[in-house]
Ligand binder design. Structure first.
Ligand SMILES: Cc1cc2nc3c(=O)[nH]c(=O)nc-3n(C[C@H](O)[C@H](O)[C@H](O)COP(=O)(O)OP(=O)(O)OC[C@H]3O[C@@H](n4cnc5c(N)ncnc54)[C@H](O)[C@@H]3O)c2cc1C
Length: 219
């Protein structure tokens, strides 16, 4: 059964930059709040609210979010200005983007901060999956330590010119799925940009027709 959905108050405890454009926000975990890895919360500052997938594990005493700063966005600039110790309201947990073990090999595909639900799954004991993370620059490979431990195969797909000092694929995650992923039956979990999810879905229909697809659209 999914945890009950309700409104909570929390306190911002810590904030740190993961890259030049993405930060991690840590909040106190309110009494009674529970969630399943892959779920999200609806976070409010005043009247403005947005959805964020939880990157922390339900075993942790804090809640963590991985947030891309949108300079002209309505909410993310405010989340950078709020003083540590300030109280915030959120609603949740929401969503059904949960890991569903089956006989098929799980393939997690993320663009940018779309990695968030997979971090929570990896921290909470999910193992044996393939992870494809699409980023622009090598330094956007956040949470690599989690996937180096948890993933059976972890590939960073970099669209920018610098391949980084680690094994990476030069191109988009869509190209990896179309050209490099061996033919087989998979459970695909797609999270992030709409275009990526649309394009990967088309490739899966063509190359991996016996596979299943679960999706979480961020924008
Ligand atoms: C189910 C769900 C889960 C989400 N989880 C996360 C998460 O874990 N981390 C996160 O950073 N965002 C997440 N988002 C997006 C988030 O809800 C906001 O849309 C985002 O933070 C921008 O809010 P804003 O008010 O600053 O910008 P807005 O004024 O709402 O501007 C929105 C524009 O910003 C761009 N944008 C939005 N989100 C992103 C992003 N993640 N990366 C790059 N560009 C983006 C798009 O072009 C979009 O049109 C999620 C969205 C959904 C629907």
């Amino acid at each position: 059964m999914l945890p009950a959905v309700r409104s909570y108050r929390t306190v911002i405890r810590h904030r740190r930059w993961l890259t030049a454009h993405t930060f991690q926000l840590e909040m106190a975990r309110p009494d009674g709040f529970d969630f399943i890895p892959g779920q999200r919360i609806h976070l409010n500052v005043g009247e403005i609210g947005r959805d964020y997938s939880l990157v922390s594990s339900p075993r942790d005493q804090y809640l963590r979010l991985c947030i891309r700063h949108i300079p002209r966005g309505e909410l993310t600039p405010k989340l950078l200005e709020i003083p540590i110790g300030e109280s915030l309201r959120f609603f949740g947990p929401n969503g059904y983007f949960l890991f569903r073990a089956s006989g098929k090999q799980p393939v997690f595909v993320a663009t940018g901060t779309g990695i968030a639900p997979f971090v929570s799954m990896g921290l909470t004991g999910c193992r044996g999956f393939t992870l494809l993370h699409g980023i622009r620059k090598a330094d956007e490979r956040y949470y690599a330590d989690v996937f180096q431990r948890a993933a059976e195969m972890y590939m960073t797909c970099i669209t920018g010119p610098d391949p980084g000092g680690f094994e990476s694929f030069p191109g988009r995650v869509t190209e990896y799925v179309a050209e490099a992923l061996p033919v087989g039956e998979y459970d695909f979990y797609l999270c992030g940009r709409t275009e990526m999810i649309r394009d990967v879905t088309r490739i899966v229909d063509r190359r991996f027709p016996e596979s299943r697809i679960f999706i979480e659209l961020f924008f």
